[in-house]
Design a protein around this ligand. Sequence first.
Ligand code: SF4
Length: 206
Amino acid sequence: MEKVPAAPMPSFPEDLDGLERFVLACQACSLSETRNQVVFGEGRGTSGLMFVGEGPGADEDRTGRPFVGRAGELLTKMIQAMGLSREEVYIANTVKCRPPGNRVPSPEERKACFPFLEAQIRLLKPKYMILLGQTAAQVVLRQSAGITRIRGTCCELPEYPGIKIMPTYHPAYLLRNPSAKRDVWSDLQTVMGWMGLSRSGEKEGK
Ligand code: SF4
Protein backbone atom coordinates (compact mmCIF):
# COMPACT_ATOMS: atom_id res chain seq x y z
CA MET A 1 0.00 0.00 0.00
CA GLU A 2 1.22 3.50 -0.77
CA LYS A 3 1.45 5.41 2.54
CA VAL A 4 0.55 9.10 2.68
CA PRO A 5 2.56 11.02 5.33
CA ALA A 6 0.66 12.38 8.31
CA ALA A 7 0.24 16.15 8.73
CA PRO A 8 1.36 17.75 12.02
CA MET A 9 -1.43 17.83 14.63
CA PRO A 10 -2.78 21.33 15.38
CA SER A 11 -4.10 22.06 18.88
CA PHE A 12 -7.87 22.07 19.45
CA PRO A 13 -10.18 22.19 22.48
CA GLU A 14 -9.51 19.15 24.66
CA ASP A 15 -13.12 18.08 25.08
CA LEU A 16 -15.64 16.89 22.52
CA ASP A 17 -18.21 19.66 23.14
CA GLY A 18 -15.54 22.32 22.80
CA LEU A 19 -14.22 20.69 19.67
CA GLU A 20 -17.73 20.62 18.21
CA ARG A 21 -18.23 24.34 18.88
CA PHE A 22 -14.87 24.99 17.23
CA VAL A 23 -15.74 22.92 14.14
CA LEU A 24 -19.21 24.46 13.77
CA ALA A 25 -17.48 27.76 12.96
CA CYS A 26 -14.86 26.24 10.63
CA GLN A 27 -14.16 27.87 7.29
CA ALA A 28 -10.92 26.03 6.56
CA CYS A 29 -12.01 24.73 3.16
CA SER A 30 -14.37 25.74 0.39
CA LEU A 31 -17.10 23.35 1.56
CA SER A 32 -17.94 25.98 4.19
CA GLU A 33 -19.28 28.17 1.36
CA THR A 34 -21.95 25.70 0.23
CA ARG A 35 -22.92 23.85 3.42
CA ASN A 36 -26.11 24.52 5.32
CA GLN A 37 -24.94 22.85 8.50
CA VAL A 38 -21.70 21.37 9.78
CA VAL A 39 -22.22 17.70 10.62
CA PHE A 40 -19.82 17.10 13.48
CA GLY A 41 -20.77 13.58 14.60
CA GLU A 42 -22.97 12.01 17.25
CA GLY A 43 -23.39 9.19 19.74
CA ARG A 44 -22.07 8.42 23.21
CA GLY A 45 -19.68 5.74 22.01
CA THR A 46 -20.07 3.78 25.25
CA SER A 47 -19.61 0.47 23.41
CA GLY A 48 -16.14 1.55 22.31
CA LEU A 49 -17.16 1.36 18.64
CA MET A 50 -16.78 4.28 16.24
CA PHE A 51 -17.96 4.41 12.63
CA VAL A 52 -16.34 6.72 10.09
CA GLY A 53 -18.10 7.50 6.81
CA GLU A 54 -17.20 9.76 3.90
CA GLY A 55 -19.16 13.00 4.33
CA PRO A 56 -22.63 14.45 4.83
CA GLY A 57 -25.29 14.14 2.13
CA ALA A 58 -28.35 16.31 1.56
CA ASP A 59 -30.34 14.96 4.53
CA GLU A 60 -27.36 15.30 6.84
CA ASP A 61 -26.65 18.84 5.61
CA ARG A 62 -30.28 19.73 6.31
CA THR A 63 -30.45 18.19 9.79
CA GLY A 64 -26.86 18.57 11.02
CA ARG A 65 -26.79 14.85 11.95
CA PRO A 66 -24.67 12.09 10.37
CA PHE A 67 -26.22 9.16 8.48
CA VAL A 68 -29.90 10.09 8.59
CA GLY A 69 -30.83 9.46 4.92
CA ARG A 70 -31.42 6.08 3.26
CA ALA A 71 -27.82 5.03 3.81
CA GLY A 72 -28.21 6.14 7.41
CA GLU A 73 -31.27 3.95 7.85
CA LEU A 74 -29.24 1.01 6.60
CA LEU A 75 -26.36 1.89 8.94
CA THR A 76 -28.82 1.98 11.84
CA LYS A 77 -30.00 -1.53 10.88
CA MET A 78 -26.37 -2.70 10.70
CA ILE A 79 -25.73 -1.32 14.19
CA GLN A 80 -28.88 -2.96 15.51
CA ALA A 81 -27.91 -6.26 13.86
CA MET A 82 -24.75 -6.10 15.95
CA GLY A 83 -26.95 -5.86 19.04
CA LEU A 84 -26.14 -2.18 19.60
CA SER A 85 -27.99 1.13 19.36
CA ARG A 86 -26.89 4.32 17.62
CA GLU A 87 -26.44 5.95 21.02
CA GLU A 88 -23.94 3.30 22.06
CA VAL A 89 -21.63 3.95 19.09
CA TYR A 90 -20.12 7.14 17.73
CA ILE A 91 -20.66 8.15 14.11
CA ALA A 92 -18.49 10.64 12.26
CA ASN A 93 -17.32 11.43 8.74
CA THR A 94 -14.02 12.30 7.08
CA VAL A 95 -15.36 15.75 6.15
CA LYS A 96 -17.91 17.61 8.26
CA CYS A 97 -19.52 19.64 5.45
CA ARG A 98 -21.41 18.35 2.45
CA PRO A 99 -19.54 18.23 -0.86
CA PRO A 100 -21.89 19.73 -3.49
CA GLY A 101 -23.81 17.07 -5.38
CA ASN A 102 -22.47 14.42 -2.99
CA ARG A 103 -19.21 14.26 -4.90
CA VAL A 104 -16.20 12.62 -3.29
CA PRO A 105 -14.31 15.12 -1.09
CA SER A 106 -11.20 16.46 -2.81
CA PRO A 107 -7.71 15.76 -1.42
CA GLU A 108 -7.55 19.37 -0.18
CA GLU A 109 -10.90 19.06 1.61
CA ARG A 110 -9.91 15.75 3.19
CA LYS A 111 -6.62 17.21 4.34
CA ALA A 112 -8.28 20.32 5.78
CA CYS A 113 -10.83 18.33 7.77
CA PHE A 114 -8.72 15.35 8.84
CA PRO A 115 -7.33 17.02 12.00
CA PHE A 116 -10.92 17.23 13.34
CA LEU A 117 -11.46 13.51 12.82
CA GLU A 118 -8.12 12.79 14.45
CA ALA A 119 -9.10 14.95 17.40
CA GLN A 120 -12.43 13.11 17.69
CA ILE A 121 -10.60 9.79 17.76
CA ARG A 122 -8.12 11.07 20.33
CA LEU A 123 -10.85 12.40 22.61
CA LEU A 124 -13.26 9.47 22.24
CA LYS A 125 -10.58 6.80 22.55
CA PRO A 126 -12.61 4.12 20.74
CA LYS A 127 -11.44 0.52 20.98
CA TYR A 128 -12.82 -0.40 17.57
CA MET A 129 -13.32 1.54 14.35
CA ILE A 130 -15.34 0.54 11.29
CA LEU A 131 -14.41 2.52 8.20
CA LEU A 132 -17.35 2.82 5.82
CA GLY A 133 -16.22 2.97 2.21
CA GLN A 134 -13.17 3.87 0.23
CA THR A 135 -12.78 7.51 1.28
CA ALA A 136 -12.88 6.70 5.00
CA ALA A 137 -10.41 3.85 4.50
CA GLN A 138 -8.06 6.02 2.48
CA VAL A 139 -8.20 8.94 4.90
CA VAL A 140 -7.91 7.06 8.19
CA LEU A 141 -5.42 4.45 7.01
CA ARG A 142 -3.50 7.03 4.96
CA GLN A 143 -3.22 4.75 1.96
CA SER A 144 -4.60 4.64 -1.56
CA ALA A 145 -5.86 1.06 -1.96
CA GLY A 146 -9.40 0.43 -3.18
CA ILE A 147 -12.00 -0.67 -0.65
CA THR A 148 -12.68 -3.90 -2.56
CA ARG A 149 -9.08 -4.96 -1.93
CA ILE A 150 -8.85 -4.07 1.74
CA ARG A 151 -12.35 -4.59 3.13
CA GLY A 152 -12.47 -7.25 5.79
CA THR A 153 -8.78 -6.78 6.53
CA CYS A 154 -8.32 -5.95 10.19
CA CYS A 155 -5.49 -3.62 11.01
CA GLU A 156 -3.97 -1.69 13.88
CA LEU A 157 -1.85 1.39 13.25
CA PRO A 158 0.82 3.05 15.39
CA GLU A 159 -1.08 6.34 14.94
CA TYR A 160 -4.08 4.81 16.73
CA PRO A 161 -2.62 2.55 19.40
CA GLY A 162 -5.01 0.02 20.87
CA ILE A 163 -7.73 0.53 18.22
CA LYS A 164 -8.75 -2.41 16.05
CA ILE A 165 -9.81 -1.12 12.65
CA MET A 166 -12.09 -2.78 10.10
CA PRO A 167 -12.64 -1.30 6.62
CA THR A 168 -15.86 -2.34 4.91
CA TYR A 169 -18.30 -1.10 2.28
CA HIS A 170 -20.32 2.10 2.72
CA PRO A 171 -24.08 1.62 3.27
CA ALA A 172 -24.74 3.76 0.17
CA TYR A 173 -22.80 1.18 -1.86
CA LEU A 174 -24.93 -1.57 -0.34
CA LEU A 175 -28.09 0.22 -1.49
CA ARG A 176 -26.75 0.00 -5.05
CA ASN A 177 -25.20 -3.47 -4.63
CA PRO A 178 -27.30 -5.51 -2.18
CA SER A 179 -25.27 -8.65 -2.89
CA ALA A 180 -22.35 -7.04 -1.02
CA LYS A 181 -24.34 -7.13 2.23
CA ARG A 182 -23.02 -10.62 2.86
CA ASP A 183 -19.43 -9.31 2.91
CA VAL A 184 -20.35 -6.47 5.23
CA TRP A 185 -22.17 -8.81 7.61
CA SER A 186 -19.06 -10.97 7.71
CA ASP A 187 -16.98 -7.86 8.59
CA LEU A 188 -19.46 -6.81 11.27
CA GLN A 189 -19.40 -10.30 12.75
CA THR A 190 -15.61 -10.09 12.97
CA VAL A 191 -15.95 -6.84 14.93
CA MET A 192 -18.65 -8.40 17.11
CA GLY A 193 -16.16 -11.15 17.88
CA TRP A 194 -13.60 -8.54 18.95
CA MET A 195 -16.22 -6.92 21.16
CA GLY A 196 -17.45 -10.21 22.61
CA LEU A 197 -20.96 -9.52 21.33
CA SER A 198 -23.54 -12.09 20.39
CA ARG A 199 -26.25 -11.07 17.94
CA SER A 200 -28.58 -10.19 20.82
CA GLY A 201 -26.10 -7.60 22.02
CA GLU A 202 -25.27 -9.61 25.13
CA LYS A 203 -21.67 -10.09 26.08
CA GLU A 204 -20.89 -13.70 25.27
CA GLY A 205 -20.29 -16.01 28.18
CA LYS A 206 -22.98 -14.41 30.40
FE1 SF4 B 1 -13.97 22.98 7.98
FE2 SF4 B 1 -14.12 20.37 7.51
FE3 SF4 B 1 -16.17 21.93 6.88
FE4 SF4 B 1 -13.93 22.08 5.45
S1 SF4 B 1 -15.29 20.28 5.60
S2 SF4 B 1 -15.13 23.82 6.23
S3 SF4 B 1 -12.37 21.70 7.05
S4 SF4 B 1 -15.40 21.54 8.95
